[in-house]
Ligand binder design. Structure first.
Ligand SMILES: [Zn+2]
Length: 244
């Protein structure tokens, strides 16, 4: 069976039996890989003593039968390279990291490489690991994910008529059409949500600060539509609204 080596981040973890785990890795070169880990050869050079954990970063060797959606790869070697232990010291950091991992797992296909997104996730986890406030980093990551997967919405011009939004007028966002709607076009669309008129500058990254929670909600709304459900960590993040 061919072997594949990749630098990875653990997006999901499921204990499969006393000795085995089913893991979803996000690899720098290979994208998302589902694999079963049993009888791992652990490096003695790392501080790693137990099982592979969620949000760990490490070098993996996979034994691969076929690169199809159905087939599980097998982890034959695991060397942890980063642990991000600071994430577990503060709830907002952990939720932020879990949210980013969840939306990557939901928005990418198996064996579909997104090296830019791998770098973005590694950077986000590095920042969250010591951050006091994580929300701006989450919104930035939502933007990077949507750009990397080709699902970034049009937030500068109305997707109905192409015009720039008029300051002071109500603004809507539609996930189905993929962008903002002006007051004149909005009545023609069923699926939409009213957004803060100051949001487009935050969504596009042109402006730091501003209505960052509103921007999070709009990207989360869009991502929820694209994957067909709310990310499970969204609600937990929302409970932190007064602290972030
Ligand atoms: Zn319009």
């Amino acid at each position: 069976m061919p072997s594949i080596r990749d630098n990875t981040i653990v997006l999901r973890r499921l204990d499969y039996s006393e000795t085995s785990q089913v893991l979803v890795f996000f690899g720098q070169d290979r994208g998302k890989v589902r694999a079963i880990a049993k009888g791992i050869k652990r490096s003695t050079k790392t501080r790693h003593s137990g099982a592979i954990d969620l949000l760990d970063a490490g070098e993996v060797v996979f034994s691969v039968r076929s690169t199809t959606q159905e087939a599980l790869a097998q982890v034959t070697e695991w060397k942890q390279t980063r642990s991000f232990s600071g994430l577990r010291e503060q709830i907002p950091r952990l939720y932020g990291a879990q949210y980013c991992a969840e939306i990557v797992a939901s928005m990418t296909a198996d064996w579909d490489p997104h090296p830019d997104l791998y770098e973005a996730l590694l950077e986000a986890l590095t920042i969250f690991n010591t951050a006091a406030v994580v929300l701006p980093g989450i919104v930035q990551f939502q933007r990077q994910l949507l750009q990397s997967t080709g699902m970034y919405p049009e937030v500068r011009h109305c997707v109905g008529c192409g015009r720039d939004p008029v300051p002071g007028e109500p603004l809507h966002f539609t996930s189905h059409q993929g962008g903002i709607l002006c007051r004149d076009c909005e009545p023609r669309f069923v699926e939409k949500r009213l957004i803060n008129p100051a949001e487009p500058a935050v969504l596009s990254g042109r402006r730091q600060g501003g209505p960052i929670w509103d921007a999070f909600e709009t990207f989360d709304y869009h991502i929820s539509h694209l994957i067909g459900r709310r990310p499970s960590v969204s609600e937990a993040l929302r409970s932190l609204r007064n602290t972030q």
